[in-house]
Design a protein around this ligand. Structure first.
Ligand code: ZN
Length: 202
């Protein structure tokens, strides 16, 4: 399976990092070794002093597809969760300044945390509220209505380049409020009030 991610998909987050609003989706990927699930702890890697959480809606693809039209994209997923796109911001800033690819900052082991999957049919996908709580304080509040590129547009776009397969995951971007994690932190992510992730930073 593969993990595809979209960057800068919420205007206020793009601005907080000093980035322009993109005119087409910014896509990057992570290997399957990036996955971390079942609320296992995340160990801060030794190569970064500034690992940030980015809380994101995650879509699980459940049917093979290529060049999917936006109006049919909803047929290709039925489960969602929340995830954390851990980012070594110090490394990313250095790579960005040199115009280099982001993999070392974004695709390292356990950088793609996923919560418990739930069926989408309970929820309107572009009207979902989600939040991240760090050590008892709400640090991110997202609303999927604020996505610059909607879920079905993202699926259509990426499927022109990559055949989507059953089990593939799509991280759909983070709202503003990203920040550093430290050893001892607890992160809890909720979608419409429902806890989907609860894990510790070590
Ligand atoms: Zn992200």
């Amino acid at each position: 399976m593969k993990i595809l991610c979209i960057g800068r998909n919420y205007g206020k987050h793009a601005k907080e990092l000093g980035n322009e609003i993109p005119d087409k989706p910014v896509i990057f990927s992570k290997p399957d070794t990036a996955l971390l699930k079942n609320n296992e702890p995340f160990y801060i890697p030794t190569f970064s002093d500034d690992v940030h959480y980015e809380t994101e809606l995650v879509i699980k693809i459940d049917k093979i597809g290529k060049s999917i039209a936006p109006q049919f994209a909803h047929k290709y997923y039925s489960q969602i969760t929340l995830g954390i796109d851990f980012t070594a911001r110090d490394i990313q800033s250095e790579l960005k300044s040199k115009g280099l690819p982001w993999e070392l900052a974004k695709a390292f082991d356990h950088s793609a945390v996923i919560g418990e999957f739930i069926p989408i049919n309970e929820y309107p996908i572009q009207d979902l509220h989600f939040q991240l709580e760090k050590n008892g304080l709400i640090v991110q509040n997202g609303h999927t209505a604020d996505m610059l590129f909607k879920v079905d547009e993202i699926i259509s776009f990426v499927s022109n380049y990559f055949t989507l397969k059953t089990g593939d995951l799509i991280f759909t971007g983070t709202p503003e409020g990203v920040g550093k994690v430290n050893i001892g932190d607890t992160l809890i992510a909720r979608l419409e009030g429902r806890e989907l992730l609860n894990f510790n930073i070590k």
